[in-house]
Design a protein around this ligand. Structure first.
Ligand SMILES: *[C@@H]1O[C@H](CO)[C@@H](O)[C@H](O)[C@H]1NC(C)=O
Ligand SMILES: *[C@@H]1O[C@H](CO)[C@@H](O)[C@H](O)[C@H]1NC(C)=O
Ligand SMILES: *[C@@H]1O[C@H](CO)[C@@H](O)[C@H](O)[C@H]1NC(C)=O
Length: 402
């Protein structure tokens, strides 16, 4: 009898919890929702829940004439209780050749890429000039899950393994071996006055991309930091779509995440070969390094996202022997950059019906333009915008059984 009473009580409380969740969704907007399967609630990382997600500012790059995107982004930010700062996009025709650093920059580079480079440099310039401790930089077609803040709380804890020099996690002795560490075993961030709730020592947190790789032993040996083969896993994350929805684009042959991990696992790891800059955070030190390297010193040779990816891979770390290309990988003199990313990404490109990027479409333009969607993001803000504004239940864009 006692057992069945208990069972009834459990069922009752579950029903109440579901009703309360739905009520809070309807009545109070969505910013207070937590993961159903959240593994912890960390008091210490509550800064991540503020209106700038634990960064000092959130910048959104937007071409002034793209008022359509500005309206959508303003609403998306308001609906998830975020405060964004607009950063003017730059058109390539407005960038004179003489301001591009370096001698041998590729003059045939796409005009859109030139404008995009300058827009990102302008944001980095502002971050350095205002001495911001950190900032998140978004492109104006970025989308995210309405549970973003609780996702970022978990990400912040995972990132500590790579960004906190005094990490109490014992690292494996065999650094040539891939090691998975569950996020729940990482100590919660302490209350020390860190420069950011994401840790003390990082350059880039690459939160929104259209593809990244797990670092391999050979890459770790030739570039980068000694933590590179470590990965932090977040299992049973209900915000991760099931494997059939993880292929980045129709011609993707495989998705490593889906092949290597159980369904609904998110993995935080050092960046390797990451592309597309839908969303990335920089620390003050990261902004200074990037502004010096790409605003002042280095020639522009390709799109900004590809250059940032190579920088994170350690390809621009100065070397003793002044070799070019492949040689640059060895014998570095300085510390490699600390860039941490996550699969699947927490921000993703929103594809509106028939809409195209002002530069080029991620996925090589193979995206089905007829279908409005955002890869990887289940409770998408953009896909639910009408229902969030006018009332209605939030829909899962990537249900498990479809
Ligand atoms: C959010 O938290 C970060 C980190 O503590 C802080 O720098 C930022 O100013 C906060 N944002 C707001 C709007 O208070
Ligand atoms: C920039 O911020 C750092 C710490 O956040 C501080 O030590 C430094 O004095 C500041 N510099 C300027 C120019 O405000
Ligand atoms: C990385 O290397 C440095 C110096 O070689 C060492 O002090 C540090 O403990 C290493 N970190 C890890 C996580 O192994």
């Amino acid at each position: 009898m006692i057992v069945s009473h208990r069972a009834a009580a459990v069922v009752f409380f579950c029903i109440v919890a579901v009703i309360l969740t739905i009520q809070s969704l309807r009545l109070h907007g969505v910013s207070t929702i937590r993961h159903a399967g959240s593994q912890f609630d960390s008091e210490a990382s509550s800064d991540v829940l503020n209106t700038t997600l634990g960064f000092q500012k959130i910048f959104v790059i937007n071409l002034p004439e793209r008022t359509d995107r500005r309206d959508a982004m303003t609403l998306a930010a308001a609906l998830t209780n975020l405060q964004v700062t607009w950063a003017k996009g730059v058109s390539g025709t407005d960038v004179p050749d003489k301001v591009v650093p370096g001698e041998d920059w590729e003059k045939s580079i796409l005009r859109g890429n030139k404008g995009s480079w300058r827009a990102h440099m302008n944001v980095l310039n502002t971050i350095v000039n205002q001495n911001l401790t950190s900032a998140l930089i978004l492109e104006d077609d970025a989308d995210w899950d309405i549970r973003l803040k609780s996702q970022l709380q978990i990400f912040a804890r995972a990132a500590q393994l790579f960004t906190h020099p005094d990490s109490r996690i014992s690292t494996p002795t065999d650094l040539n071996k891939v090691t998975n560490i569950p996020v729940s075993s990482i100590p919660s961030p302490s209350k020390q006055p860190f420069s950011s709730p994401y840790g003390t020592n990082w350059d880039v947190l690459w939160l929104g991309h259209c593809g990244t790789n797990f670092p391999t032993p050979s890459i770790v040996l030739t570039t980068h930091s000694n933590t590179s083969l470590l990965r932090v896993t977040v299992s049973n994350d209900p915000t991760v779509p099931s494997p059939q929805h993880l292929k980045a684009h129709p011609f993707a042959l495989q998705d490593q995440l889906a092949e290597l991990y159980p369904p609904h696992t998110r993995v935080v790891h050092p960046s390797s070969g990451t592309i597309c800059t839908q969303a990335y955070a920089v620390s003050q030190q990261g902004a200074r390094k990037l502004l010096w390297r790409f605003g002042v010193k280095e020639a522009l040779t390709k799109g900004w996202d590809l250059v940032l990816g190579e920088w994170c891979d350690g390809l621009f770390v100065d070397v003793r022997d002044k070799g070019k290309g492949g040689e640059m990988r060895g014998g570095r003199t300085g510390q490699g950059p600390v860039c941490v990313t996550v699969q699947p990404p927490l921000f993703s490109h929103h594809f509106g019906r028939g809409a195209a990027s002002d530069i080029t479409a991620p996925g090589g333009g193979f995206v089905n333009r007829e279908k409005e969607m955002t890869p990887y993001v289940r409770w998408s803000v953009r896909m639910n915008m009408g229902r969030l504004v006018e009332g209605g239940e939030v829909r899962d864009q990537w249900p498990d059984d479809e």
